[in-house]
Write a new protein. Structure first.
Lengths: 217, 187
């Protein structure tokens, strides 16, 4: 089971660790937003560095296209930068950022026709980028194939439900965080998540050739 | 039997949440109690867990490299800096043609205005003697703009056919006999 990651996880309060640009790591998002509003580009650069990887991961998983995901991530930060004045610093920056990014991704999917990414440009396979810092798998082939299979199924699940699976089951956001990102009540998110998992199971069993009889045995 | 079928349906709606450990409160207790006595729902839970297991194995596969080859910030910073540049710089390439066009327009306008002034000046020159001399001259005097002549019977100017300015300018340098001036109407 993968470790659940919270967007603010890497903000270790009180730790004597700095961001790559030398800014204290424990500078809160709200403080960085205030500094960025005042024209401090380094503050915004810190926010970008803090969220860009996770945002790109979510976008790649939603749309299955690395190039497009990168473009959308950049567009997300650009839109967020332009709307910084409208951001209420009493609220959390992460969910707001992800909401902008996911809306852009859903728009892109709608524009593409919402069909499987494999039928659009960029291909639908979950490309495994070399150079990750994870402990190498003794036999990475089955895991990569499994990831490809999952990607194939995800592409066939309607985007609103796919978003639930990506945020909760692939990226490990809590249901409360997912609710904040998609702007729905937590109860709504739970029902949608339940439906999304059920859809995934149906597709998965069809792909694996598991019949209902086998399942109940 | 019907109660059992209804219970299964109620539980199965919640099983996907139970499979991901997202079921809380009394719902969780109801589901656990039902699963203890329903083999079919237990089987469904297992299949959901297997599917979710695949999903979570895929989650461990990083779709993006841990250290992205091309971070977003440099491009974004360029975009931000460009947006801060004063607007006129965007029109810098058009500044010269626009200035030239304005200069030509101003020149044409000035020229037209000068022409109008000359026109008026010529007309005035043609009519210049009229204010002082007109009353003293006899009505039959030719070459004087009839506009400035007092109407014999009142102050109303009379309709007069004037020549074109060019003709008038030419006429000014020729003899009065060449000037074509319509004689005043006689009442």
């Amino acid at each position: 089971m993968p470790e659940r990651i919270s967007p603010s996880r890497n903000v270790s309060r009180g730790a004597a660790v700095n961001e790559p640009d030398g800014r204290p790591l424990d500078a809160g998002d709200a403080r960085l937003v205030e500094l960025a509003r005042g024209g401090d580009d380094d503050a915004f650069a810190t926010l970008v560095g803090r969220y860009e990887r996770k945002l790109q991961r979510v976008l790649v998983r939603l749309i299955g296209d690395h190039e497009l995901a990168r473009d959308l991530a950049q567009e997300t930060f650009w839109q967020v930068y332009r709307r910084l004045d409208r951001f209420d610093t009493a609220r959390r920056f992460g969910p707001w950022l992800f909401r902008v990014g996911i809306n852009l991704a859903l728009d892109a999917l709608r524009h593409r026709g919402g069909g499987p990414a494999g039928l659009g440009h960029g291909g639908g396979s979950l490309e495994v980028v070399p150079g990750g810092l994870e402990v190498p798998d003794p036999d990475p082939r089955p895991r990569a194939e499994l990831a490809q299979e999952v990607r194939f199924i995800l592409d066939r699940i309607p985007p609103p439900y796919r978003t639930m699976l990506v945020l909760r089951d692939l990226e490990g956001f809590s249901t409360a965080e997912v609710a904040a990102i998609v702007g729905r009540r937590e109860a709504t998110v739970r029902w949608r998540l339940a439906r999304a998992r059920e859809m995934f199971r149906e597709h998965w069993e069809r792909r694996e050739g598991i019949s209902p009889g086998e399942r109940s045995r | 039997m019907l109660a059992h079928a209804y219970a299964c349906r109620w539980v199965r709606l919640r099983l996907p949440l139970a499979a991901g450990d997202d079921l809380v409160g009394p719902d969780r207790r109801w589901v656990e109690r039902h699963l203890a006595r329903c083999e079919e729902c237990r089987g469904r839970l297992e299949s959901l867990r297997a599917a979710l297991g695949a999903l979570q194995t895929a989650a461990a596969e990083p779709p993006v490299a841990e250290s992205p080859a091309a971070p977003i910030w440099p491009e974004l910073q360029r975009q931000i800096r460009e947006s801060r540049r004063p607007a006129p710089t965007r029109w810098a390439g058009l500044a010269l043609p626009i200035a030239a066009a304005l200069a030509v327009t101003a020149g044409v306008a000035w020229s037209a205005r000068l022409d109008r002034r000359l026109h008026r000046g010529a007309t005035a020159r043609l009519a210049a003697p009229a204010p002082a001399a007109a009353p003293a001259r006899p009505p039959a005097t030719r070459g004087i703009s009839p506009r400035h002549r007092e109407a014999p019977g009142g102050d109303e100017p009379r309709p007069i056919a004037l020549d074109t300015p060019t003709k008038r300018r030419r006429g000014a340098s020729s003899s009065p006999a060449d000037r074509r001036v319509v004689p005043p109407a006689i009442h």
